[in-house]
Design a protein around this ligand. Structure first.
Ligand SMILES: Cc1cc2nc3c(=O)[nH]c(=O)nc-3n(C[C@H](O)[C@H](O)[C@H](O)COP(=O)(O)O)c2cc1C
Length: 176
């Protein structure tokens, strides 16, 4: 009885023998279990939008494919130059930033960056930012079914741009 219990719990556990003398923990998570395609990550470590660019520069510094997923820089319909310098200051508690959603715009992203993502093993989630429900809908339309894009993250409040809090701070129309 004790043996059978032990066998069952090994099968049900997320620990697997890799055949080379080591046991490995399965850290995978599915971020979209109700979606027909799901969104499985090998592990739950993701980059926060804007802190990792679009992943291209970081790819030369370490094996970024070991991450669970990358979240892109906030992307808008049209390119944005962002706020004037100086946009980052160090404080006693850490740092403050006011980048202002600098980004290359969705068309350049699809043309120049997404094809590179499509060759990567781990999923890339695109952070999208807009001023209206229509902006978000158009961004979603452009990125939907695009190989290399595994999901969308909506940026609904960016305090560093004009009216940047409108979605996060006031009652908004229901997104259907
Ligand atoms: C330099 C910098 C740029 C950022 N750019 C974006 C952005 O483009 N889109 C976005 O949604 N969040 C952006 N963020 C916010 C981060 O994604 C994250 O929410 C923030 O750093 C707080 O993370 P924490 O709650 O884990 O501390 C940016 C943050 C930093 C430091």
């Amino acid at each position: 009885m004790v043996e059978r219990t032990a066998v069952r719990s090994y099968r049900e556990s997320r620990i697997r023998y890799n055949g080379f003398g080591d046991f490995a923990m399965d850290l995978s998570v599915d971020l979209a279990p109700k979606n027909k395609r799901g969104l499985r990550l090998a592990n739950p470590v993701m980059t926060a939008s804007g802190t990792f660019g679009n992943g291209l520069e970081m790819a030369s510094l370490f094996d970024i494919q070991r991450l669970g997923a990358i979240v892109s820089k906030g992307t808008t319909l049209h390119p944005r130059r962002g706020n004037q310098q100086r946009r980052i200051v160090e404080t006693a508690a850490g740092m403050l930033n006011s980048i202002g959603l600098q980004n290359i715009g969705v068309e350049a992203l699809i043309r120049d960056v997404v094809p590179i993502w499509a060759t990567w093993r781990m999923p890339v989630i695109v952070n999208v930012a807009g001023h209206s429900v229509e902006d978000y809908a158009r961004l979603a339309e452009r990125l939907d079914e695009t190989p290399g894009v595994s999901g969308l993250e909506m940026n609904i409040s960016c305090p560093n741009v004009e009216n940047g809090l409108e979605f996060g701070a006031i009652r908004t129309p229901r997104l259907q």
